[in-house]
Write a new protein. Sequence first.
Length: 116
Amino acid sequence: MPPFVPSQLDPHRMIAAATLDALRALLRGSGPHRCAADGHPLPSVTVRVEDHPILGRIGGVARVDPGPGGAVGIARVSRSSFVAFEQGADGLRELPVDVDENGVLTIERTQMVDGR
């Protein structure tokens, strides 16, 4: 694997392969996520950076288990940028992340059918 790989959501953003390896390890054993029982997308995940001190520094990675839908892995990739991934049936799936001025991340979950 090359030292950096393009983001699935923004090909101009490069993510360190080591970061992806760390997220893969954090999410190991977390099965593929599914959509909510009624077929609607899972609710977004809200994470306060201050609740996860490791995310206070660039290169920090954390796993959050928000309940329905399973775990999400988060990595800080710059002073103001984060990436988030969930385990899909065919590997890691990148999720959109928004950061507000208070250090709160909003991560949009994907809707999947049969874990895809």
